[in-house]
Write a protein that binds this ligand. Structure first.
Ligand code: 4AD
Ligand code: MG
Length: 477
């Protein structure tokens, strides 16, 4: 039998019953006759207070254990659950036995350094350096529980709507986004690569896969193959970008959710994205109420109210062209408003995205019909020949959370676009087959899972919503 979790003990409150709890010590207060030990097992926010009463007589072994007990130690404590006389908790353990499973020294000794998580506020930067221990703090425990429940809610959303969960490859030969920001996967000797490259070209037929390969930037192209067979699919897996973006919203390794739907157009895709986000936010509000209350109190004031508003709001729609006009208007009213001048044809910067969602829309906004030059090759061309059926969902505080599009389903137009972008149609021959045989209008999007967790928790830096962040210059653990 697994030991009972503190979460269940607190909820069930089996008053007067003998219980055993296991966890890590948050604090110990030794007050002459009474010793209070707060124990947390990460199953919920609350720690359980264990009170040792010297007046009632304690075993010598227990006294000895209490003396050596410090923050961070792992313990097993037995006693009866009783109503707590103190405010702040309804129940506590009238503890009679204490076993220290693993100590955690409070001070440096010869061969072990003091436990780094003493009871005080630690900076996020410091905690990032000890990412293997930070899950034992309130903040990272909350983020971990939120992440886990949100992942499950995402599966539930799609499973309940007849989407099939598809596993797309991590190692791939193609560049889905055409952005060139890929990590190469090779077993060739770097010295040989360098020599061959200097001599005019590397012979990748000698590489492990017989061709040049990379870590995937998106599972979309493979997802399209199954969407045009099973009608509705989604992927949910790690993706990799070697972009040199040292920002609070970029990771080199992040998780992406990518639904892909056959017989769907951009409008259907937008409606799906809106419904999906609202469902997930609602799950967070209902299923992670304690975690959100914590984030609201300690991380981002008012976040619960803010998420509730989004759940009840209608997402605004604006075309890229209209968006640029709004930004230009803003600049003409206030010179120097943006670091980057908004200009039709340039990608929206994160400051522009924030302005659009916070100032123009006053809530989430879906921007559509971007210039084809700044979007990937697979997006469906509009009749104007200049813009594509793309959509980005922007949210306040964060900017882009979702990127998606209707896909080009016309064989000739897709070939033309691939060539225009300097890519080779031979490299996309299997992808083009989807347009050669039984082509259908189809659409999908990608949600950055860490951006979602950032949005829901209010955590400022994306590196703090994934257990072990990989970013420029950062791959510890
Ligand atoms: O806009 P992106 O690049 O779109 C795609 O990859 C498409 N293939 C998706 C599709 O249509 N199936 O990325 C999608 C989302 C972004 O909106 C953002 O939330 C997130 O992935 N994202 C990142 N998150 C963290 N770090 C990065 N470097 C990210 N790049 C994109
Ligand atoms: Mg994007």
């Amino acid at each position: 039998m697994l030991p009972k979790l503190i979460k269940h003990i607190l909820k069930e409150s089996p008053i007067s019953q003998e219980i055993e709890i296991s966890g890590w010590v948050r604090t110990k207060r030794d007050m002459k006759n009474l010793v209070f030990v707060e124990v947390n097992d990460g199953s919920c926010f609350a720690s359980i207070q264990c009170t040792f009463d010297r007046g009632a007589g304690l075993d010598a072994q227990v006294e000895e254990a209490i003396a050596s007990l410090s923050t961070g130690a792992s313990v097993k404590i037995k006693g009866a659950l009783v109503p707590s006389p103190a405010s702040g908790q309804a129940v506590e353990v009238a503890a009679v036995s204490l076993a220290i499973l693993g100590s955690a020294p409070a001070e440096n000794t010869d061969n072990i350094q003091a436990y780094p998580l003493q009871k005080k506020r630690h900076s996020m930067e410091f905690l990032r350096e000890i990412a293997h221990l930070r899950a034992r703090t309130n903040t990272f425990g909350a983020v971990a529980r939120l992440r886990s429940r949100m992942a499950f809610a995402i599966h539930r959303y799609f499973q309940e709507r007849d989407f099939h969960y598809l596993h797309t490859p991590i190692i791939t030969a193609g560049d889905c986004e055409g952005a060139g920001a890929m990590f190469q996967v090779t077993t060739l000797d770097p010295k040989i690569i360098a020599k061959d490259a200097a001599a005019g070209g590397v012979d990748y037929t000698k590489d492990f896969f017989g061709k040049q390969t990379f870590l995937t930037v998106s599972g979309q192209l493979e997802a399209e193959t199954y969407a045009t067979a099973l009608s509705r699919v989604y992927t949910f897996g790690p993706t990799f970008r070697a972009e040199n973006s040292n920002t609070v919203r970029h990771l080199a390794e992040f998780w992406m959710v990518e639904p892909e739907v056959a017989f769907a157009q951009l409008e259907d895709d937008m409606a799906l994205a809106e419904d999906f986000i609202k469902y997930i936010l609602n799950c967070a509000l209902e299923e992670c109420a304690d975690e959100l209350a914590f984030f609201d109190a300690h991380v981002e004031k008012g976040i619960i109210e803010n998420l509730k508003q989004v759940v009840n709001a209608k997402f605004a729609h604006i075309t890229y062209t209209e968006a640029v006009k709004e930004l230009e208007k803003a600049v003409s009213a206030k010179k120097g408003l943006f670091e980057f001048e908004p200009k039709w044809g340039s990608d929206l910067q994160s400051e522009h995205e924030k302005y659009l969602t916070e100032k123009v829309a006053g809530g989430p906004v879906i921007v559509t019909d971007y210039p084809k030059e700044i979007k990937a090759f697979y997006m469906k061309l509009n009749d104007d020949n200049k813009t594509v059926r793309a959509m980005d969902v922007l949210v306040p505080r964060l900017g882009e959370i979702i990127g998606g599009s209707q896909r080009e389903d016309d064989f000739n137009k897709l070939c033309k676009r691939i060539k225009e972008m300097g890519m080779k149609t031979e490299d996309y021959s299997w992808y083009l087959d989807l347009r050669r045989y039984g082509s259908v209008p189809h659409a999908g999007f990608g949600l950055g899972f860490e951006r979602l967790i950032q949005y829901v928790s209010g955590m400022a830096n994306i590196r703090d919503v994934i257990p072990f962040p990989r970013a420029v210059g950062q791959a510890e653990f």
